[in-house]
Design a protein around this ligand. Structure first.
Ligand code: ZN
Ligand code: ZN
Length: 103
């Protein structure tokens, strides 16, 4: 293989996994959130729980290794939001009790 003379534009990156040239600015690929390598759309997984325009991306290796960790994170987040809900409910109840006591 000869030396590549093709001009490389700023938006073009090379996928660290398949070495394919990819335009990362189209949201097809990006940087792995865990190990930081550049991955193209085919070699990366976008977090399906992230509904934003730029969801977190992971290379397939980190994604696979991360299965138990993501489960744990989801459990913690779920638990935390349940506790927050419980406190808010108590708060609302306390206010309701206050206004009831005044009458
Ligand atoms: Zn790739
Ligand atoms: Zn990774």
């Amino acid at each position: 293989m000869g030396t590549r003379t093709k001009k490389q534009e700023a938006t073009i990156c090379f996928c660290d996994v398949c070495k394919r040239e990819d335009n990362m600015s189209y949201g097809s690929g990006g940087r792995c959130e865990i190990c930081g390598i550049d991955v193209c759309g085919l070699c990366s997984v976008a977090d399906p729980n992230d509904m934003g325009d730029y969801p977190y991306r992971y290379c397939r290796k980190c994604w696979d290794v991360g299965i138990p960790f993501r489960e744990e994170i989801a459990r913690i987040e779920n638990e935390a939001s349940n506790s927050v809900d419980a406190q808010l409910a108590k708060w609302t109840a306390a206010i309701a009790k206050l206004s009831k006591d005044k009458k």
